[in-house]
Design a protein around this ligand. Structure first.
Ligand SMILES: NC(=O)c1ccc[n+]([C@@H]2O[C@H](COP(=O)([O-])OP(=O)(O)OC[C@H]3O[C@@H](n4cnc5c(N)ncnc54)[C@H](OP(=O)(O)O)[C@@H]3O)[C@@H](O)[C@H]2O)c1
Length: 396
């Protein structure tokens, strides 16, 4: 039986790689930082660890036949020690821009130098990057973007994963470099209009100046060098649009997915959902362990009031990052064995859900049930407030 290690398995490409390998009957092992928040199918073997920790990678790679490598850093520092722990056969999620250097070229070189049986999957820009416009779509009728006429050949994340899965399963792909793009060039303005069509809305497109675009990226926490180079790159695409490759079709035997198909699949992320839709999606996400999907339904400034999580002292946690951090802290020593969910119960723009967790404290070996009631408020299609009441509070 073949076992394949997937790194970045909870990411946008990685989840599809996991699905593709499982569909092919392969045993999948995933290296994840927070197993209880991974939301991966139960038959995936989870190894807890950080990709930057060679010891964790050694544990994860023990006896696997091949690995899918996602190196999440913008620097290759530490990559040599990690690459040394990988199996001989590695499919690396690189980038089209590896041909002009950067971290992707550095990691490729490492894989070549240590004699791995490598395949480099080099996608151009991901269609899923368009999620960055979701807030403007939901809150107004204008999207402001740098270089609206920049021509891009964005690729669907499922196509990247489909090629990676083929490469992982067939030795004929050893030593191959696959440049992947979507099937056509669309300007950024055309992409915005395509999403608008998918949700049945009219959206105006306004150009950001280069300085405004740089500042917008910095405000989102981007690295200054990346912000500078991205803005210059988009400007260059107005006269010299990105190339289109036919690699996805040649390898998979079907046409590459279009941006319109991507927009149809992701339409719900760009429109204002009703309170009932938010409630159903929120509960679905939590019942399958997809905290990431649940948090995607929350407003950036969402407030979570959880009076008992610190043992009685009322705490308010603000923002998705802080909520995720709180969840990581609470679940650090807990293994969730199951969850029973009642709800959502809806009243106007509020909904309630009761969760009963069957859980094991791995420090003490104690198995217990914790019941909590969440009361959520929905405004403009997003959860803006969640109040949590515990029947059996977790230990702080
Ligand atoms: N976006 C683009 O246009 C584009 C184009 C070409 C290439 N790429 C490359 O594609 C890759 C991103 O792929 P993606 O969008 O599928 O990823 P993603 O959705 O951003 O997810 C990142 C994944 O990496 C994992 N991860 C992050 N830091 C980790 C760590 N320290 N230890 C273990 N796991 C860690 C995350 O796991 P957790 O669940 O623990 O967070 C998650 O599974 C990057 O290497 C990027 O350079 C992107």
């Amino acid at each position: 039986m073949t076992t394949i290690l997937v790194t970045g398995a909870t990411g946008r490409v990685g989840r599809h790689v996991v699905d593709g390998l499982r569909a092919a009957g392969v045993t999948v092992r995933a290296l994840v930082r927070t197993p209880d928040l991974a939301g991966l199918p139960p038959d995936v073997e989870l190894i807890k660890g950080d990709i930057y920790d060679p010891t964790a990678v050694r544990r994860a790679a023990a006896d696997v036949d091949a690995a899918f490598l996602l190196w999440p850093s913008f620097s290759a520092d530490g990559a040599a020690d990690v690459v040394a722990e990988l199996p001989r056969r590695v499919v690396y999620l690189s980038a089209l821009s590896a041909s002009s250097g950067g971290v992707w070229a550095d990691v490729e070189e490492l894989l070549r130098d240590v004699g791995k049986e490598w395949t480099f999957v080099r996608p151009g820009g991901f269609a899923v990057n368009a999620q960055g416009w979701a807030t403007e779509f939901r809150t107004g009728d204008v999207v402001r973007v740098a270089s609206p006429e920049a021509g891009r050949s964005l690729i669907h994340e499922r196509d990247i994963a489909a090629v990676a899965v083929l490469a992982l399963l067939n030795d004929q792909h050893i030593g191959q470099v696959y440049d992947l793009t979507g099937p056509a060039v669309l300007t950024q303005a055309e992409q915005i209009r395509t999403i608008a069509r998918a949700i049945g809305n009219e959206m105006r497109v306004e150009a950001l100046s280069d300085a405004e675009a740089r500042q917008a990226m910095l405000d989102l926490g981007a690295d200054p060098i990346l912000a500078e180079s991205s803005v210059a790159y988009w400007a260059s695409l107005v006269d010299n649009p990105e190339p289109v490759t036919t690699t996805v079709t040649e390898l998979t035997g079907r046409p590459a997915l279009t941006f319109a198909e991507w927009a149809d699949e992701h339409a719900a992320e760009f429109r204002v959902l009703s309170a009932a839709e938010v409630a159903d999606r929120y509960v679905d996400a939590l019942s399958t362990g997809r905290l990431d999907q649940a948090l995607a339904l929350t407003a950036p400034e969402v407030v979570r009031v959880a009076p008992l999580e610190t043992g009685g002292e009322e705490i308010e946690v603000k923002g998705a990052d802080a909520i995720l951090e709180n969840a990581r802290r609470l679940s650090a020593d807990i293994e969730y064995l199951g969850v029973d969910i009642v709800g959502p119960l809806l009243l106007d723009n509020h909904f309630a859900v009761r969760f009963t967790f069957d859980q094991l404290d791995v420090r003490t070996g104690t198995r217990s049930h914790t019941t909590k009631l969440s009361l959520c408020t929905v405004e403009s299609g997003q959860v803006t407030r969640e109040e949590v009441f515990y029947y059996t509070p977790p230990k702080p």
